[in-house]
Design a protein around this ligand. Sequence first.
Ligand SMILES: Cc1ncc(COP(=O)(O)O)c(C=O)c1O
Length: 414
Amino acid sequence: MDVLAIDGGNPIRPADRPLPSATDPAGRTFGPEEEAAAVRVLRSGMLSGVWGSEVPALTTQFAQLVGSPHAVACSSGTAALHLAVAAVDPDPGDEIILPPISDMGTVAPVIAQNAVPVFADVDPATGNIDPSSVAALIGPRTRAVIAVHLFGKPAAVERLRAITDRAGITLIEDCAQAYLAPVRPGEPDGPLVGTVGQLGCFSLQQYKHVTTGDGGLVTTADPELAARMRRFADKGWPRETGERAYLSFALNYRMTELVAAVAREQLRKLPGVVERRRVTAAEATKRLAGLTGLGLPADIGDHVYWYYPLLVEGLDEAGLARYAAALSAEGVPAVGGYLARPLYAEPVLREARTYGTSGYPLRDRAGYPDGLCPVAEDLVYRRLVVVPWNENYTAADVDDIAAAIAKVHAAVAP
Ligand SMILES: Cc1ncc(COP(=O)(O)O)c(C=O)c1O
């Protein structure tokens, strides 16, 4: 057996030939189009989306691309989720159900609106929120469910929408990791993620399929929700009336013209980005099929591969950490568990580090003990290893990634 790089052997992918990544030009899709867009805006003299033309053009373009009647622009994915939660307008102490495997940007907006995050367990094959766990948690104070399409794999949003409709509450989709993913693969005109719930939230942060460094978008079919979100991103100011009024509590989450202009060019490239990620991921899956004890992405023609998730059987926490470290040492950056711990185990939530010394709105609740979501804990601590995916991977890159996974799996998996 080849000696692992982590034990002093030769790496499959030496450090002088790194894989393209989201933090370097080789792993991004910036070209003369984005450069021209930025220059166009600078020369216009107008950098604010309040009076400029790029932000309105972006929201029109994005709504069309996703197949949604309205889109609202804002400054980040977290801001997009904050707009969505604010549009739901929970009373203090109301509950919003969400999964514990995501970015904190899914959770923080709930607390910012003084609502309580209630964590549902996840599907062991995908890490996506489990509809039966959601159904069991809905109570009199539940106002919404947030479904995260983790790593680019659509969550069961149609089942969730049936559940939330029955309960008379709102479904928010967190699409930060899943642009253009079909909810009904095989139906060419079927819905895409972000159009099944009442609200769909997207991120343009540096690591996403397309990026402006930071930025966010929210889709909705409901003009009233769209209007509320526009005001929430703009200090409560109803610009469409021409009057200087502040109609409701709100912040400034406005997107700038520079961001919108670059986003418009990035969106033109997005279908190609998704397609190239799908093709190379399918090739990797073909190469890795048959390795004992290795679960590959659950793809039924719907996965858009923000990350390529592996499920390794039979490891303990130390084994999972070694598996990911060994892959990284082979030149394939990998993260064991994706998160250090499920989100509810983070100090901010567990110790209710919120507003002053009050701990509001978390302190009076049952808390977030270990064992709250056993499937999520098993994934994060013992089974899940994620490899960032990239639209610029070549066939040779995929060969190296597959070879590195096979090498590490043979040596580290039980
Ligand atoms: C699933 C998910 N939700 C929310 C966010 C927050 O987005 P942002 O970093 O743009 O605020 C991210 C990414 O960072 C994410 O991956």
